[in-house]
Design a protein around this ligand. Structure first.
Ligand SMILES: [Zn+2]
Length: 504
């Protein structure tokens, strides 16, 4: 580290130890070292902090002055709320912590529990899950799920792997030793230094036995952030017309509204957002779920317990005794549940549920093929939304690409492609951690029953007639909605072909 920076760290450590806010501490150090490069760096860091960023983000590009190891340790200390101590240690040049990318060493750091060190790295990388997978020879691989995709972080030798697993077990109160059955636990913690920016986290831990040894997954859940997100309808449904149509269908006085799509496509977010809009202060809302990620204000959550005979059907029957107005069932797994939900809707309730099917049309076909009375479906189905999450191109580094144009043209046909549109491809920069994508965007299709479709269903037409009737409906298909995102430069044809390709 630059000696001037070391002096600065000592000074800052003292100032922070005296309780001075970080921005003031940094401002008071400008000019003290008589080094313009250092002053520039501090100026940029102060601006980043004032804009709501972290000190670590503010010090981007300052490795030559502070050293990568010091910056990594400061980032960790910042997340843990120990900046003052870290600054003092850095000034004394005793901050011997490894850089985040250093293999293995980071999980043997003695300053914080090793699992916490890994968690902080995951938080920095905006990971939703941390995967620790057993590899041959007792070692392991550490991977982060970021924007739905797994990214390998490092390989661990058998000692590091065992240390990390033991640390996770201890924190989650799981008994030590190799499990014969999957185990799960939960860790609650707060991270952050400033009371205004402190974050309350829940880490759901799963440890499973595998052929190569123990593996673990840490799911990072931040309930307050989820609740905040659920109130932000403009982010959940960016297209205003679509938002209105979905709200209209979902918030009917009675009837069934379904969300379909693969796992992690945002179905629960959509339905939770609609539950929050269902007037929980005036109506009784009961949610029946296999597992509940976050409890919603004003909503009664009931968990199924299959081992004790509380299937979805049995739990729903229990829920009905609580005089609900709105019922949410996290999954339609069988005909019994489907039948119950239709009956609940027929008796004047608003019902929300999820179904695994690739699109809205096949969800309706599936309900019909489950043997439900078609006229009851016609009377109750208010809307079926099918959705995906596509990765959003990083706006800081995306660049025009003829290859992307060619991909879109071949998938959609030349007549669907706007000759004026610019097609972009991912590049990678520090802002997106060199992934080329930053965050995700929802894509929707909404099928509602038009008079023609209602008649076809009501008259119990055969499957082919119903399929043709759905095909003739003019609603915007998933792939068409996704094409808009490609041509407006928000995502790539490659990403759309991976998640929701045009079918025909
Ligand atoms: Zn980028």
């Amino acid at each position: 580290m630059n000696p001037l920076a070391a002096t600065l760290c000592t000074q800052l450590g003292e100032l922070l130890g005296a309780g001075a806010p970080l921005i003031m501490a940094l401002e008071s150090s400008i000019g003290a070292s008589q080094d313009t490069r250092l002053d520039d760096i501090l100026g940029k860091a102060i601006a980043t902090l004032k804009a709501g960023g972290t000190l670590f983000e503010g010090l981007e590009g300052a490795q030559d002055v502070f050293g990568a190891q010091t910056l990594a340790a400061l980032a960790r200390a910042e997340a843990l709320g120990e900046l003052a101590t870290a600054f003092k240690r850095a000034g004394n040049n005793t901050l011997a912590s490894p850089a985040p990318s250093a293999p293995k060493a980071s999980v043997t750091d003695g300053q914080a529990p090793v699992w916490m060190t890994v968690l902080m790295r995951g938080l920095d990388a905006q990971a939703s899950d941390i995967h620790l997978e057993a590899a041959s020879g007792g070692g392991g691989v550490l991977r982060f799920r970021i924007d739905g995709m797994l990214n390998t972080q490092e390989t661990l030798d058998s000692t590091a792997m065992a240390t990390l697993l033991a640390s996770i077990r201890a924190a989650a109160n799981l008994p030590p030793g190799q499990p014969r059955v999957p185990q799960s636990g939960r860790i609650e913690l707060e991270v952050g230094q400033d009371p205004d920016t402190r974050r309350k986290l829940e880490v759901r831990v799963s440890v499973i036995p595998t052929m190569r040894g123990e593996s673990a997954v840490l799911r990072i859940v931040e309930p307050s952030r989820i609740l905040q997100h659920l109130n932000d309808l403009e982010r959940i449904f960016p297209d205003p017309e679509q938002r209105q149509a979905i709200e209209k269908a979902a918030l009917c006085s009675h009837g069934v509204f379904l969300a379909t799509g693969p796992t992690s496509s945002g179905k629960t977010t959509t339905l939770y957002a609609m539950l929050m809009r269902s007037q929980p202060d005036k109506l009784k809302i009961v949610a029946v779920e296999d597992h509940c990620e976050v409890t919603l204000p004003g909503v009664t959550h009931m968990a199924t317990n299959h081992r004790r005979g509380m299937s979805f059907g049995a739990t729903l029957r229990g829920a009905l005794r609580s005089d609900p107005d709105v019922v949410y069932c996290s999954e339609i797994r069988d005909t019994e549940t489907a039948n119950m939900l239709i009956q609940i809707a027929l008796t004047g309730h608003r019902v929300f549920s999820q179904l695994h099917s690739p699109d809205a049309a096949s969800a309706l076909m599936r309900l019909r093929n489950m043997g439900l009375e078609p006229y009851m479906l016609a009377e109750t189905i208010r809307g079926i939304v099918s959705q995906r999450l596509v990765r959003r191109l990083c706006p800081h580094c995306a660049r025009p690409s003829e290859a992307e144009r060619a991909k879109a043209t071949s998938a959609y046909g030349a007549d669907r492609i706007d000759p004026e549109a610019t097609f972009l491809e991912p590049v990678g920069c520090p802002k997106c951690q060199h992934r080329g994508y930053l965050g995700r965007l929802p894509v929707y299709e909404l099928l509602t029953l038009s008079p023609a479709l209602y008649d076809t269903l009501y008259n119990a037409s055969d499957a082919d007639t119903l399929r043709r009737a759905i095909a003739a409906e003019p609603y915007e298909r998933l792939a068409d909605a996704a094409l808009k995102l490609i041509q407006s430069g928000q995502t790539t044809a490659t990403e759309v072909l991976r998640t929701c390709p045009p079918t025909s």
